[in-house]
Design a protein around this ligand. Structure first.
Ligand code: ATP
Ligand code: MG
Length: 474
């Protein structure tokens, strides 16, 4: 990983003794050290070996330390630069800080002080690098691997996401518990024009009604006992972005009226205040209840229902899109046992495909996480699955799930082959993209493509599609 390679340190000073001293300190900290006696030489050296940390004297023969700082920050924004100053030049050092210098150190300095300075700079660079690395990983996960599913039902959902992502239309996301409602709400926000703006999730079922108003709309100092200072509400926190109202069906009637007003007037009134604050947020809401039935029964306001439900995205339960199961299994195996190349036995895959999944994708995820923890890290077999999955389905369940009813090993292989083929075509033959969509590693994808003869050209491919073979394994 990035942060394990040694950081590069460049010392710039026209006095050789200072350079020597700093290099010794730097080497003691495990830094790769280089030296330059002018700003020009430093820039030249930075071009061939970009430094992570620079300590430069303020006064240099031609270009000054501040000039050097400015140039380095322009082309290497993550590089930290500290300035060394002589007596009486503190003011210039302060100016340098304004230009983005990390710190300054006065000459003459004690060795210990230089050591601490370099140590702090190195820590900061490592932290920033690490964060950038994590952010990159999260971005790619959210953008590509985030939502797995090639079934017709999930393809509809994905199409809706791309249609909605750059709009501010209110969206109601419906689906049973664990189907991925929050994941979809996040995708609509983070894949679109609002990505850089806040996404604030509110669980309407988790807040007590008395607290909910102040949480959502904020409060004034003195509005109630304990309100020692004013606080902005979640609507304000989401300003410019999305507020995600989860479990909207749980919202008490009184709060429904208040929420409706906010949506109509686009302003909030903090508890205990007479002022109104304009807020501009996109509202997305999720429910696992039948809201239409709720408004007919009088427990949910009809006017609010219509305001929230401009567009509905319905996520089908997992048992209605079983063809997504193999992909999801590999996706979660990759997440919970990365680089372990765990194999799934055909019998285990059969259990996973036949089960009813009342808890949907979340239950499947938990099931894989459990199997990874309890299993032997080589193969995932029936014995690694929770007991409910292992029992034979009843006759009724069997006929209810026609696609899973008579899953022989060959039928499973066929299902997997069809899934891969479909995804591969959706990815226009881009193997890296297909792997991401399937949630499997490149190596696994290559093995499977080879086994199923996918990825061949023209007539070869037609022949290959006819040929089904092999068993299911990872
Ligand atoms: N299509 C999918 N691809 C990958 N992961 C998914 C998918 N659907 C759901 N998940 C994962 O399943 C878990 C549950 O998803 P999420 O929290 O979005 O569901 P939910 O519908 O909001 O559930 P609940 O109703 O219980 O709040 C999360 O860890 C999510 O990442
Ligand atoms: Mg949820």
């Amino acid at each position: 990983m990035k942060d394990e390679s040694p950081l590069r340190f460049l010392i710039v000073d026209d006095e050789q003794s200072i350079r020597r001293l700093c290099m010794t300190v730097g080497q003691g900290l495990g830094l790769l050290c280089a030296e330059a006696d002018t700003a020009e030489a430093a820039l030249e050296s930075a071009e061939t070996a970009p430094p992570d940390l620079v300590v430069t004297d303020l006064k240099l023969p031609n270009l000054s330390g501040v000039d050097l700082l400015r140039r380095i920050k322009e082309c290497l924004p993550r590089t930290e630069v500290a300035i060394m100053t002589g007596h009486g030049s503190i003011e210039s050092a302060v100016d340098a800080m304004k230009l983005g210098a990390y710190d300054y150190i006065e000459k003459p300095f004690r060795v210990e002080k230089m050591r601490l300075l370099l140590q702090r700079m190195a820590d900061k660079v490592r932290l920033v690098n690490e964060n950038a690395f994590l952010r990159e990983r999260v971005n790619t996960e959210e953008n590509l691997d985030g939502i797995i599913g090639s079934s017709a039902g999930m393809q509809d959902v994905l199409r809706m996401i791309s249609r909605l992502k750059d709009t501010r239309t209110p969206v109601l996301i419906s689906g049973e518990s664990g189907t991925g409602k929050e994941l979809v709400a996040r995708a609509i926000h983070f894949r679109g024009a609002l990505a850089q703006m806040p996404f604030v999730a509110v669980d309407c079922g988790a807040l007590v009604p008395t607290l909910m108003e102040s949480e959502l709309f904020g409060y004034e100092k003195g509005a109630f006992t304990g309100a020692t200072k004013s606080k902005a509400g979640l609507f304000q926190a989401a300003n410019g972005g999305t507020i995600f109202l989860d479990e909207i069906g749980e919202l008490p009637l009184e709060m429904q009226a208040k929420l409706l007003r906010v949506l109509q007037e686009k302003e909030v009134r903090p508890v205990g205040s007479n002022d109104r604050i304009t807020v501009d947020v996109r509202v997305s809401a999720a429910t696992n209840r039948d809201l239409e039935a709720a408004y007919r029964a009088g427990t949910f306001r009809k006017d609010l229902y219509f305001r929230l439900n401009v567009v509905t995205v319905h996520i089908p339960p997992l048992r209605e899109r079983r063809s997504d199961i193999p992909m999801l299994v590999h996706h979660f195996l990759n997440r919970y046992a990365p680089s372990s190349h765990l194999q799934v036995t055909p019998a285990a895959m059969k259990c996973l495909l036949q089960y009813e999944w009342p808890g949907n994708v979340r239950e499947l995820e938990n099931c894989i996480a459990r199997a990874v923890t309890l299993g032997d890290h080589q193969v995932m077999d029936v014995k690694d699955l929770p007991p409910v999955l292992r029992s034979e389905p009843s006759g009724e369940e069997m006929s209810a799930s026609a696609d899973a009813a008579s899953l022989s090993t060959t039928a499973l292989a066929e299902m997997e082959r069809m899934t891969i083929l479909r995804v591969f075509e959706q990815a226009h033959g881009d193997k890296a993209l297909a792997g991401k969509m399937l949630g499997i590693s490149r190596a696994t994808l290559y093995r499977k493509l080879k086994r199923y003869n996918i990825g061949l050209r023209g007539s070869e491919k037609d022949e290959a599609i006819e040929a089904t073979a092999g068993e299911i394994s990872s």
